[in-house]
Every structure is written in structure tokens, then in C-alpha cells.
Write a new protein. Structure first.
Length: 265
């Protein structure tokens, strides 16, 4: 069921032209890693029936690693780049035990130009940063074969995270967090609404950021509401179809990260 839900989200958001993610705020020294764990909970609203809403929860672990450097052609020039790898594992909780999800694990390994990571909403040209560029990359889903990823934008939403690149971010200042050896972090708030004739997505996030953490984030909490209606109906008829909540907190950070994909990937 989880796989079907994710596939549906990808299709829906392709129609809305989304290409963003908010996991990478900075690039650490090569070999650094950060591991997060948390929960992914889906509440599927049973509209128009007498059945109760369907709630499903998954235990989630995400590791982000810097696993190599290379010079590559980017925008017509040789550019310093980093190999960054994302490994996501989802497991369902059944009778207090963890059971691997239908996909098992997902690995993305991408070559990111160092100049493409600016860590802020607007770049030096005052343009909205709505994606992180990649020169090339690889993806492995479950027990499947390694697939090539073309040059373009890093697409980790909504497969690896519900975090987006938010057009407006507000700060509540530093807070105590006590996560992964980090004591304090700056709390940020972001919200994004995406809408088509049949679908509206309201994504609200709280992020805690610390520059001492590889890639920047200490933890995050995201609530995403999906609303739907018929394409011919007015906007006032949007009704809630589902709500997803995810919380992720830093477990560990350190050195010596190595790729989970073969050397030629």
C-alpha cells in the first residue's frame, strides 16, 4: 500500500511541476555522514462512507553521506562536485516488531556541483532556489538493478522526504534540541501550497538547523494535507483526502562514510 501511495504522489506532483527538496543546506567535508530516524504516518480519509479513516505508520531511517569528489562539466565549465548518497529504509511496525516495507530500501547517489548548494531561499541573483542540480547519478530501489539518473534536478520529494524548498521561511531563533550530540539549533518554519484543477497539497514544515551537522539539518517535522475535487467543480469544494505526518531526528553523525553502491556507481 505504501508503494502505491508514493507512486500516486509522484504522479500527482508531476502534474503540478514540482522539482524541489530541502534536505541539503550545506556540503560537509568528504566522508561525513548524518543518520536520522523517525516515523511516517498516513491517515487516509474515508469520505462518504461509514468506515473509519485508515491510518498506517512506518518506522523510517535516512542516511545522507558524502562519498567522493570529482570535477565534472557543469554549465559549460569544469566544476568541483561531490558525490552525495541518500539511503532510505522504511519498516512497518507489527506487534512491536519492525517488518521491512514493500520496497525495502531506496538509494540515490548523485554528483552535485558545489556551486549548486547555496543553503538559502534566494541565490546571489535573487532567484528562488527550487532545486539542487546534479551532473549525473544512480538510483537503486529494493532488490532492483541500479538505474542511471540523467543530469538535471535532484528529485527526492516525495520519495525520500516530504521536505520541499519553501519560498518563504521564518526563524524562531535557537532552541534546545538534544539530538545526535547537538544541543541547540535554529528553528525554521516553511509552508507551501500546490494546486491543480483536481488536487491541492498543503505542506507545512518545522526544521531545526545547525551548521555543525553534516548537510545542515538536526531534525524536521512535516504535515502534508491532500485535498481533492472534480476538475469542473469550484475551488470551494476541495475536501480533505489524506494527511501525512513525518518526524525525523538526528541519531548519529560522523566520519568515514562509504558508498553502498559498487565503485563504478
Amino acid at each position: 500500500m505504501f508503494r502505491i501511495i508514493v507512486a500516486g504522489l509522484i504522479c500527482s506532483f508531476s502534474c503540478l511541476s514540482v522539482s524541489a527538496q530541502g534536505l541539503i543546506w550545506s556540503l560537509p567535508e568528504d566522508g561525513k555522514f548524518a543518520t536520522y530516524s523517525g516515523m511516517y504516518t498516513l491517515n487516509d480519509v474515508q469520505t462518504g462512507t461509514k468506515n473509519e479513516d485508515i491510518a498506517t505508520s512506518w518506522k523510517r531511517q535516512l542516511t545522507i553521506k558524502s562519498v567522493g569528489t570529482a570535477d565534472a562539466d557543469f554549465q559549460g565549465a569544469s566544476t568541483p562536485c561531490r558525490w552525495v548518497e541518500f539511503k532510505l529504509i522504511d519498516a512497518k511496525i507489527e506487534d512491536t516488531k519492525l517488518v521491512a516495507g514493500p520496497v525495502g530500501e531506496v538509494i540515490y547517489k548523485v554528483l552535485i556541483p558545489e556551486s549548486g548548494v547555496v543553503g538559502k531561499v534566494l541565490d546571489d541573483k535573487n532567484l528562488f532556489v527550487n532545486h539542487i542540480p546534479i551532473v549525473r547519478g544512480y538510483r537503486k530501489v529494493g532488490a532492483g538493478e541500479v538505474e542511471n539518473l540523467p543530469a538535471g534536478a535532484l528529485q527526492v520529494y516525495p520519495v525520500l522526504t516530504l521536505l520541499m524548498h519553501y519560498r518563504e521561511i521564518t526563524s524562531d531563533g535557537d532552541e534546545n534540541v538534544q539530538a545526535g550530540g547537538v544541543q541547540t539549533a535554529e528553528k525554521l518554519n516553511g509552508k507551501e501550497t500546490l494546486e491543480s484543477k483536481e488536487l491541492r497539497i498543503i505542506n507545512s514544515a518545522m526544521l531545526w538547523k545547525n551548521t555543525d551537522v553534516p548537510f545542515g539539518l538536526v531534525k524536521w517535522e512535516v504535515t502534508q494535507v491532500r485535498e481533492k475535487k472534480a476538475s469542473t467543480e469550484p475551488r470551494s469544494t476541495f475536501v480533505k483526502a489524506s494527511e501525512v505526518k513525518t518526524t525525523m531526528t538526528l541519531d548519529e553523525m560522523g566520519d568515514g562514510a562509504q558508498s553502498d553502491l559498487p565503485d563504478n556507481n
